[in-house]
Design a protein around this ligand. Structure first.
Ligand code: ADP
Length: 170
């Protein structure tokens, strides 16, 4: 049985097995939640990201895919980096957003994680409308086939929390 929970707060302060990072393709850090994770997690995360860039992900992590590193100083075992799509009104990129949640859960299951925390992927700098992002996030994790016991959404501000609450609880 998987419970889906909502918390308003900072994802870098969560105690879970896996913290999901809304990264960018370079895997070398950025602003928003990405910057916060690297700041609080310390240099070990970036060092492993650089190794990934030198190896399997020479051309960067593709949009919609997910990969794990150590969680450094965070109270977690892993950070799962995933690259959300930039929102566009000209093109439907929602399958990539759905893929971020699905692939992150798959990586977490492969690692043997039981608890995971997600931010609201793509809803910051990447411009995804919050209500739509929340609905797709909740629908995707709800229908996922996973052994995780808790899937926690960590929403930074009240507006994001309200959108996820509406998507989850109607
Ligand atoms: P993206 O580039 O995928 O849009 P952002 O980091 O810009 O990623 O924003 C994604 C979401 O994460 C936004 O809703 C933003 O408010 C939120 N966010 C930013 N910092 C944190 C944090 N420390 N914990 C949880 N959520 C955060």
């Amino acid at each position: 049985m998987t419970s889906i929970t909502l918390v308003q707060g900072d994802i870098t302060l969560q105690s879970v097995d896996a913290i999901v990072n809304a990264a960018n393709s370079t895997l070398l850090g950025g602003g928003g939640v990405d910057g916060a994770i690297h700041r609080r997690g310390g240099p070990a995360i970036l060092a492993e990201c650089k190794e990934l860039r030198a190896g399997q992900y020479r051309r960067g992590l593709p949009v919609g895919e997910a990969v794990a590193t150590t969680a450094g100083d965070l109270d977690a075992r892993w950070v799962i980096h995933t690259v959300g799509p930039v929102h566009s009104y000209d093109e439907d990129r929602s399958e990539f957003l759905v893929s971020c949640y699905r692939e992150s859960l798959r990586v977490a299951d492969d690692l043997g994680a039981t608890t995971i925390a997600f931010p609201a992927i793509s809803t910051g700098v990447y411009g995804w409308p919050m209500d739509d992002g929340a609905r797709r996030a909740v629908d995707t994790v709800r229908s996922a086939d996973t052994a995780l016991t808790e899937i926690r959404f960590v929403l930074f501000d009240p507006r994001a929390y309200r959108a996820f609450d509406k998507a989850l609880n109607g």
